[in-house]
Each structure stands twice: as C-alpha cells, then as structure tokens.
Ligand binder design. Structure first.
Ligand SMILES: [Mg+2]
Length: 234
C-alpha cells in the first residue's frame, strides 16, 4: 500500500481503535435480550424494545456506560411487570458489565509499541466522544496520555468538531491524518474537511455508529486490518 506523504499530525480515535470497548456492550445486550426471551418474550420484540429505548436515551443523554446502565434499568422497569425475568440474572448482567470498567481498557495488540514509534515522527493526539470523566479515566489508565501531546473529549464527533480542531491549532488539513474504526465519527467527517484518514474496521463497532465509508476509493483514505500496519504507511 502506498505510504501517506506530508503528514505531521496524527489524531487517533480511542474506543474500538486503541482498545476494545463496544464488545462489552454487545455482550451485555445479548445477555439482556436472552433473559427476556427466557421469560417468554418474543426475541424480535425484545430487540425492538431495546433499540427504541437506546436510541431515545442516547439522543437525550449521550454516550457512555452510565447511560447504558440507565437503558438496562429503564427497560427492566418497563418489562419486568409483564415478563417474569429473575432479578438475579439482571444483577449478574450488570455486575459483569461493570467489571470491564474496573479492569479496562485493554489495548489492542501492538498499540503501545506502534504509537511509541509514531510519536518519534509525528505529533500524536486523541479525539474521542463520550462522557468526559469516563473517557479521561480510560486514556490515563491505558497510559495513552503519556504518548500523546493532548487529548480531546467531545460529546459528538461531527465535521464541526474537526473544523474547529484544525482552526484552533492552525493545522492545514492535508498534514493531518485521522485514524479510527468508525466511518460515521472518524472517517467521513475527516475526509470531508480535507484531512487524510486511516480506517481500521472493528467487527464489534456499535450499530448506532455504523455508517458506510462515503467514498471507499477516496485518494486520501487508506484501510488497514490491524493497528500495527500503521507504521507501514506512515
Ligand atoms: Mg471508535
């Protein structure tokens, strides 16, 4: 693959790019749905109820694990009068989900070494969306704060955020490359404002963050399988 030339600044997405994140949400969601099915609910109805509640909750309250727990709790209150799911199962699902917060984040293979090497040649930054305290805690526990010059935590990653980042740092877009797993939050907005982008897909990318890459053959886009491959093109 052709190397990317002229880059000075690399911006990394965090969740599901540097470390495993959405997997834990998927795991808890599947256990939650299975619990309602075991209590007599149609699977499609359980999924539909979850999707609707989740969409509304994310719109109103934003991203993060606290909101996810709120979704599970809210649905429990709504569904448990009609379907006799055991409270112990619900508690187990919540406890298991909370465990990942205290044990994580778990960096993907090769992330630390690759970023350490890239930091010798580029200015590194992190741009992540979510709740400030939660994202900051993950960045620090993972030791990523020591590898980057700064990190930015925003409620939503849209084109305005990218434009503001370029403007406030006086970066020219063609010298900046965004690295991420989400077409919607990382790749499409970065390309749209003139930046380069490296797309590293992740199988458990969150469905509400799942969009297609706007132009898979974009000249400023590269797609990689693993994080380690970054040093081959940068
Ligand atoms: Mg991500």
């Amino acid at each position: 693959m052709e190397p990317i030339k002229g880059i000075r600044t690399l911006i990394f997405d965090a969740d599901d790019t540097l470390w495993k994140n959405n997997f834990y949400f998927v795991e808890a969601t599947e256990a939650f749905i299975a619990m309602w099915v075991a209590a007599g609910m149609e699977e499609s109805a359980a999924r539909q109820a979850f999707l609707e509640f989740e969409k509304k909750a994310v719109r109103e309250r934003g991203y993060g694990s606290e909101n996810f727990l709120y979704i599970l709790q809210g649905l429990w209150e709504r569904l448990s009068p009609r379907y006799p799911a055991p409270p112990q199962t619900m508690e187990q699902i919540i406890e298991r989900f909370k465990e990942h917060r205290s044990n994580g984040p778990v960096l993907f293979e090769g992330v630390k070494e690759t970023m350490t090497e890239l930091a010798r040649r580029y200015a590194l930054y992190v741009l992540t969306k979510g709740r400030y305290d939660e994202q900051k805690g993950k960045i620090i526990r993972a030791g990523i704060d020591k590898l980057v010059r700064d990190y930015f935590i925003v409620p939503e990653k849209d084109i305005t955020v990218y434009r503001e980042l370029l403007a406030s740092h006086n970066w020219s877009s063609e010298q900046v490359c965004m690295v991420g797993n989400s077409p919607k939050s990382d790749i499409n907005p970065a390309l749209a404002c003139g930046m380069h982008a490296v797309y590293i897909p992740y199988e458990h990318t969150w469905h509400l963050d799942h969009d297609a890459v706007s132009d898979p053959h974009h000249p400023r886009l590269r797609t990689l399988k693993t994080f380690r491959e970054l040093t081959g093109i940068l």
